[in-house]
Ligand binder design. Structure first.
Ligand SMILES: Cc1cc2nc3c(=O)[nH]c(=O)nc-3n(C[C@H](O)[C@H](O)[C@H](O)COP(=O)(O)OP(=O)(O)OC[C@H]3O[C@@H](n4cnc5c(N)ncnc54)[C@H](O)[C@@H]3O)c2cc1C
Length: 483
């Protein structure tokens, strides 16, 4: 029985962070975990609500009050069982999820939410340390083979679920290592990559085969795949960058954020002896440069984090939207909905500046075609449709490197998607209301289906998609054979 008065006695403890002035000199994780006695006190703040809104707020339906209470009681091994029951990779979400569960915590109505994310991370961190996360290969194999294309969190979760129910799973990944955007977008400062490798080793020991450096649709044809597998899961993410659409976007020194982040993540991987990726055509570096990042989301913030670590001359992030109040609670996002939030400022604590309500109108170059300035104006309004320019607010600022981080439009259509001939929805994502596409036996999960989103949604997508694949395969041939 949870402690109904715990939150009255224990205040929420902040997530311990390394000193920004120190951590900016390296690529290591910026957060730390609280000591065990404090974690158990924090778990005591959970009221064990009869209707746990946190559980509903989490796209995975995490059994939050259950494992909070187990942590309160110090029953960590049972807590990881509960956590793994709904979340394949709590070490990813525990570090980088924006935690919609905390926004839906009943305490968030008039107090500070339970520190759910930190408790989640501590459970899985401890479970790995204690050796409780062991490979558990399935007892039986079905004889069915599934190809998963893409090894981001959606592909990894789908592969894990399908393998656990006995199908033979091969994951094809065109990059040199597994993880998708959590490896090549998210910096090590937020999620060190050995954390992904550790999980991949467990999945491999359970029987999943990962084939990296295979671009499906180019290195292996869709026909070959269809011959070799009983079902295909597309989990290729939403990778086509949204263009800025202003003059000067093609100048030297103007790049899409992901091109920069891929290079920085590969640079750090090389430092750590990781697998080498392809050499870039153009090296993108922020060192000694005036950097302007356009776009105020996680991607933009991760660019600032890297630019700081490269010792840029200056780093300015231009966000077209106005500053969100601390609570983020507007009338259109009342509790328990996730409030609109200003994305994490971890990078700005280390250096750089964010300017709200700034719309870029022009990128200006010199006679050699190199970027030298960014021009814009101030705007007011809350959505992209309601932005109004403020007369007389025009500005310019020096820029040697401009990084465009204004989102992604849809998955890449050339190659795999066009070869498969799957139907697309109005936004260019793969259309599959129930995870199966318009092509028999071909399924889709993650950003490729729902558009650019969050890690927690990608994992939830992979899990649900796997259920639909399994249902179809079993309907085709219910008998299972012993492993
Ligand atoms: C810079 C950045 C920072 C982010 N930070 C956060 C954060 O802090 N918190 C959060 O919750 N979310 C964050 N996100 C969003 C999150 O990373 C994504 O929503 C999530 O990774 C999507 O998972 P996915 O598996 O659908 O696709 P992806 O992670 O994009 O993975 C798709 C994989 O498919 C592979 N692939 C594509 N085509 C082929 C092919 N033809 N053959 C073989 N392989 C192929 C790709 O190489 C890639 O590995 C961030 C995103 C970015 C870009």
């Amino acid at each position: 029985m949870p402690d109904p008065r715990g939150f009255l006695e224990v205040p929420r403890a902040a997530l311990p962070e390394r000193d920004p002035a120190e951590r900016v000199k390296d690529y290591g994780e910026i957060y730390k975990v609280l000591p065990e006695p404090e974690l158990r006190r924090q778990a005591q703040r959970c009221m064990g609500c009869g209707v746990p809104f946190c559980n509903n707020g989490c796209p995975l339906g995490n059994l939050i009050p259950d494992w909070n209470d187990l942590v309160r009681l110090g029953r960590w091994e049972e807590a990881i069982e509960q956590l793994h029951a709904t979340n394949n990779f709590p070490e990813f979400t525990g570090l980088v999820c924006p935690a919609p569960c905390e926004s839906a915590c009943v305490l968030d109505i008039n107090d500070d939410a339970v520190t759910i994310k930190q408790i989640e991370y501590s459970i899985i961190d401890r479970a790995f340390q204690e050796g409780w996360v062991k490979p558990r290969p399935p007892q039986e194999r079905t004889g069915k083979r599934v190809a998963v294309i893409g090894s981001g969190p959606a592909g990894m979760a789908a592969a894990d679920e399908l393998n656990q129910v006995g199908h033979e799973v091969v994951v094809f990944e065109r990059d040199e290592a597994v993880g998708g955007l959590i490896r090549f977008g998210v910096p090590d400062a937020k999620l060190e990559k050995w954390i992904i490798d550790r999980r991949v080793r467990v999945l491999e020991a359970e029987g999943i085969e990962f084939r990296c450096r295979v671009d499906v649709g180019r290195d292996i044809s869709v026909e070959e795949l269809r011959e070799q597998f009983d079902a295909i899961v597309i989990a290729i993410g939403s990778r086509v960058p949204r263009p800025l659409g202003v003059p000067g976007s093609d100048l030297n020194g103007v790049h899409f954020a992901m091109d920069y982040l891929y290079q920085r993540n590969r640079y750090v991987a090389k430092l750590q002896g990781g697998p080498e990726g392809p050499e870039p055509d153009v090296v993108i570096t922020a060192k000694d440069k005036h950097v302007v990042v356009i776009g105020g989301g996680d991607t933009g913030m991760d660019c600032i984090s890297n630019a700081n670590r490269e010792q840029c001359k200056s780093a300015i992030l231009l966000d077209v939207y106005p500053e969100v109040p601390e609570s983020g609670r507007y009338p259109d996002t009342p509790w328990p909905m996730q409030p609109r939030r200003s994305v994490t400022t971890y990078a700005l604590e280390e250096g750089g500046e964010r300017r709200f309500g700034r719309q870029v109108t022009d990128i200006i170059g010199d006679q050699h075609g190199n970027v030298v300035e960014v021009a814009g104006r101030e705007v007011r309004g809350t959505s992209s449709r309601s932005l109004e320019p403020i007369p007389g607010s025009e500005f310019t600022m020096p820029a040697d490197l401009v990084l465009i981080a204004v989102g992604f439009t849809h998955p890449e259509h050339e190659g795999l998607i066009s070869e498969l001939g799957v139907e697309l929805d109005g936004r260019g994502n793969v259309k599959a209301p129930m995870y199966e596409t318009s092509v028999d036996g071909v399924f889709v999960a993650g950003d490729a289906r729902i558009g650019a989103s969050l890690i927690v949604n990608a994992i939830a997508e992979g899990r649900r998609c796997a259920r639909m694949v399994d249902r179809k395969l079993r309907a085709a041939q219910p008998a299972a054979s012993a492993a």
